[in-house]
Design a binder for this molecule. Structure first.
Ligand code: SF4
Length: 441
């Protein structure tokens, strides 16, 4: 019989959706029976008590977790998030219930042996509850006690060659998509770049020295499967510079509704969307209206294509990404903290990602940005907020990147170009005034 009554939580099990409450109840039962004969190092009824404290929080309409607290492993400042319950007498099993972040491998490739070893450690030294994966990308191990933290860290590092992830005001565990390991749209090897930067910035990952958190995310194409444009302070999004490759025969197969050419690669199978209409579903939805289909021939004005991927996703057998590939670097995205949520702004329109020199060029951009943010950023100010406060032009100055047309979202509405006095006093602004005088009457 359950240790705590949970009528409010039970409601979350109704409906057709999977429920974390059912998962927790199942885990509580497994621990109670302990058929595997695990020698638990934290209370056996920790998951029962977790359900109990959550029910109490729902009843009171407020959390019963105290604010974080400092816990960690020797030599690191991040990787463990302290959690203490403010009702330890009622729920002794979760008196301490710390979260550990474990760095996920690039592309999240695991062997079953790895997963078994990890869960074995966690069943014994933690609650057995995992979150695969947290919003940052790491493996999240939920719930252990202070004395177990060093033990778990030792087992991870010595027996599994596995590191902790980031937490606090440091570089958070970099996260990437599968990239060229499995995806035909990959414009660069996101796994390789993620791995390189993770190794290169170990100090920044483990020892918090930044004004606030900083996230790298790597999307190998503009489909943005890890949503780097919305979720990372610096996002690396694959793109190409040359033309989209068109197979005109395949385009016509889509237009003729050939069964072997289902639009969207058959992703909408089972729903009747009617016959495929290239005008409505491709040309009409191109954001820059840069496509034409005439005389059975598809034409794309590539200079005006923004590489949004819509047409390629819709007709994947007919259209392919170009061959001159690399990535764009965007900065400043964040979830709503101060001033609401923000998407990344384009900083580097295109950089190749093939050689050591390319990697060096990328680290130069990163380190210039960090130098400025660490110097000027206020405590708990994300990069995006500093850009808002001091201006994008300042960011261009500190990174030594020249303003380019791609930095302008819409002509004549550029919010971050301000003229300096010396530029206004003479130079080309004077020429503009002269030009207007003579030509724009
Ligand atoms: Fe238009 Fe997007 Fe296709 Fe470019 S990728 S042609 S912008 S739909």
């Amino acid at each position: 019989m359950a240790k705590h009554e949970t009528p409010l939580l039970d409601q979350l099990e109704s409906g057709p959706w999977p429920s974390f409450v059912s998962d927790l109840k199942q885990q509580a039962e497994v621990r109670a029976k302990n058929e595997a004969g695990v020698e638990f190092q934290i209370p056996q009824d920790a998951v029962e008590d977790l359900l109990g404290v959550l029910e109490l929080s729902y009843k009171h309409g407020r959390t019963h977790w105290k604010h974080g607290g400092i816990v960690g492993v020797f030599g690191y400042g991040g990787g463990v998030i302290g959690r203490y319950c403010d009702q330890p007498k009622l729920f002794p099993g979760v008196e301490h219930f710390h979260t550990m972040r474990v760095a996920q491998p690039c592309g999240k490739y695991y062997t079953t042996e790895y997963l078994r070893t990890l869960t074995k450690i966690w069943d014994m030294r933690g609650s057995g509850i995992t979150n695969m994966h947290g919003a940052t990308g790491d493996i999240i191990l939920l719930g252990t006690t202070t004395p177990q933290i060093e033990e778990i860290f030792y087992e991870l590092t010595h027996n599994m060659n596995q590191d902790l992830g980031g937490s606090g005001s440091n570089l958070r565990t970099p996260a990437d998509c599968l990239g060229s390991s499995r995806c035909e749209y990959a414009c660069y090897d996101s796994n390789a770049l993620c791995h390189f930067l993770t190794n290169n910035y170990q100090d920044e990952l483990h020892r918090p020295a930044f004004p606030y958190k900083f996230k790298f995310k790597f999307d190998a194409c503009p489909n943005c499967c890890v949503a780097s444009i919305a979720r990372s302070d610096m996002s690396f999004i694959g793109t190409w510079r040359d033309a989209i490759k068109i197979d005109q025969d395949a385009v016509n197969k889509y237009v003729e509704n050939d069964a072997a050419y289902p639009p969207n690669a058959g992703a909408h199978k089972g729903k009747d969307w009617g016959p495929f209409d290239i005008e409505k579903e491709v040309l009409g939805l191109c954001p820059t209206k840069c496509m034409k289909f005439e005389n059975k021939t598809l034409k794309i004005d590539d200079a005006n294509c923004t590489r949004c991927m819509h047409c390629i996703n819709t007709m994947p057998r007919a259209l392919k990404i170009g061959d001159d590939r690399g990535c764009s670097i965007l900065v400043g995205a964040k979830a709503p903290i101060v001033d609401g949520a923000q998407m990344g702004s384009l900083l580097v329109p295109f950089v190749e990602v093939n050689s050591d020199n390319d990697y060096e060029a990328i680290t130069a951009v990163i380190e210039n940005v960090w130098d400025w943010w660490m110097e000027e950023g206020k405590n708990r100010e994300r990069l995006g907020e500093l850009i808002m406060r001091q201006g994008f032009q300042k960011l261009l100055e500190v990174t030594g990147i020249d303003a380019q047309p791609q930095h302008v979202a819409y002509p004549r509405t550029n919010p971050y170009i301000f003229w300096k006095e010396e530029e206004v006093a003479g130079g080309w602004t004077r020429d503009v005034v002269e030009y207007r005088k003579h030509h724009l009457r």
